[in-house]
Design a protein around this ligand. Structure first.
Ligand code: IFM
Length: 455
């Protein structure tokens, strides 16, 4: 093999509850913030929502069988808070726990390591009535929910992710206003950042205390390497601001117990009074950092939205992604930078992948060679960083199956498994799934060009 991985390297695929489960009103599940948000006309492409999604709530057994067929060593999924604690706090819905008991046991029987996320954005909508993440109490409700999960599942699950991409909830939801709760308010965003981090820290401590065995706990951040569009001092400064806004706003409090100077200074974030006193909780030691990476950010100065004077210059289109560009070097740059700047002993790539326009051909095959190319090139880039000493312990493809891509609805397909939404969510393994099966089996691959035609 041209590209080889260490024996203990963990391969997996990832999903999230709201994106795949469906069963939105079954067995005691309450409405999540995404059920509410997606019902507001204009918020989601085509008026789509997660009511049925990939119908994993009913097809979970078939899904585990497909994972087994792929030889998947690990599966990252998320628990649905509104399924387990419908009111957000207090009473536990036994039927919610039962669903995940069945799933986890089926995974273990198939020799697949469950690697769950506690919270992937779908908190019970009722919590928004009291301010959601802008309310400090939310951090405590979240920690109670996380501890409930480890009390119940830690006999069978060792690896845990507390929160997926706090950036999306805090900044996209409260500052850019493009995700729930749809606010454009820097003070609300500041509070949300802080309470998500506080909730994470409280959860890590509580989860360990009540666990039935030693746990491996981390948080997953969406991080990108940030580059200045030119060498001009203005663009370089804009890139530094973007790096603070996207990456360091979470990394610095987690690893150095402080917010970046740009955040509290030039960018004008105002954290809740007495915020410094929470840093000892926020900095509670973890066992790994989860990274979701898809692209880099190329940034130039633009005074239009001062003080947020950074503009992201994405390439206009890419053959390899209907969402973002393909730039595998960015993953190498990110990983080597993280090793240099933060005290990290273990990193998992908890998401990486691409949305391309897949379709089932007349012979029943899904020829998603652009996805194979993308995955191969990013894996090779990750391997380069690994060989240079970055402690990458595992990699999860986003996503195991096509699913509800948030504000893009079902128009974007990220899966290794095609989901036929027109035909009762029938599943078809794409070419990329068979390719990945070989990567897992060989613990590496021979580097090839899979996709050559023009877009
Ligand atoms: O689908 C999302 C996922 O929920 C979080 N990370 C990015 C993915 C692709 O946009």
């Amino acid at each position: 093999m041209d590209v080889n991985f260490p024996d203990e390297f963990l391969w997996g695929a990832a999903t999230a509850s709201y994106q795949i489960e469906g069963g939105y009103n079954e067995e005691g599940r309450s409405f999540s913030t995404w059920d509410v948000y997606s019902r507001v006309p204009g918020n989601v492409y085509h008026g789509d929502n997660g009511d049925v999604a990939a119908d994993h709530f009913h097809k979970w057994k078939e899904d585990v069988a497909m994972m087994k067929e792929l030889g998947l060593p690990a599966y990252r999924f998320s628990f649905s808070w509104p399924r387990i604690i419908p009111a957000g706090k207090g009473n536990v819905n036994q039927k919610g726990l039962d669903f995940y008991d069945r799933l986890v046991d089926e995974l273990l029987n198939a020799n697949i390591k469950p690697f769950p996320t506690v919270y992937h954005w779908d908190h019970p909508a009722i919590l928004d009535n009291t301010g959601g993440w802008t309310n400090r109490d939310m951090a405590y409700y979240f920690a109670d929910y996380a501890v409930l999960l480890t009390e119940h599942f830690s006999d069978r699950i060792t690896n845990w992710i507390t929160i997926n991409e706090p950036f999306v909830v805090a900044l996209m939801g409260h500052h850019l206003g493009v995700f729930p709760p749809g606010l454009k308010d820097v003070k609300a965003a500041s509070a949300a950042i802080h309470h998500l981090l506080l909730g994470h820290g409280l959860a890590v401590k509580g989860m360990r205390t009540n666990a039935k065995q030693p746990l491996q706990i981390g948080i997953t951040l969406n991080l990108s390497s940030v580059e200045s569009a030119t060498n001009s001092p203005e663009d370089q400064h804009a890139a530094a601001l973007r790096d603070a806004y996207l990456n360091r706003v979470f990394l610095d409090p987690l690893y150095y117990q402080k917010y970046p100077a740009e955040i509290t200074g030039e960018l004008g974030f105002v954290f809740p009074e007495g915020f410094e006193q929470d840093f000892s909780v926020i900095g509670e030691p973890t066992d790994f950092l989860g990274i979701n990476n898809y692209m880099r950010d190329v940034v130039k100065f633009n005074p239009a939205d001062a003080p947020f004077t950074f503009e992201i210059v994405y390439p206009k289109e890419s053959s390899y992604s209907t969402m973002w560009e393909m730039y595998p070097q960015g993953l190498y740059d990110l990983l080597t930078r993280l090793k240099k700047d933060y005290p990290l002993n273990a990193i998992y790539i908890t998401e990486n992948g691409t949305a391309v326009t897949d379709g089932i051909d007349a012979d029943g095959r899904v020829r998603d060679s652009r996805r194979i190319q993308y995955l191969q090139d990013y894996m090779a880039s990750m391997n380069r960083a690994l060989m240079e000493g970055v402690p990458v312990k595992g990699y999860f493809v986003w996503s195991l199956m096509d699913n509800f891509e948030w504000s893009q609805g079902y128009s974007r397909r990220f899966g290794l498994i095609f989901v036929d939404y027109e035909n009762e969510q029938r599943r078809v393994l794409k070419d990329s799934a068979f390719w990945y099966k070989n990567v897992i089996r060989n613990n590496g691959f021979n580097f090839k060009t899979y996709y050559t035609e023009p877009f």
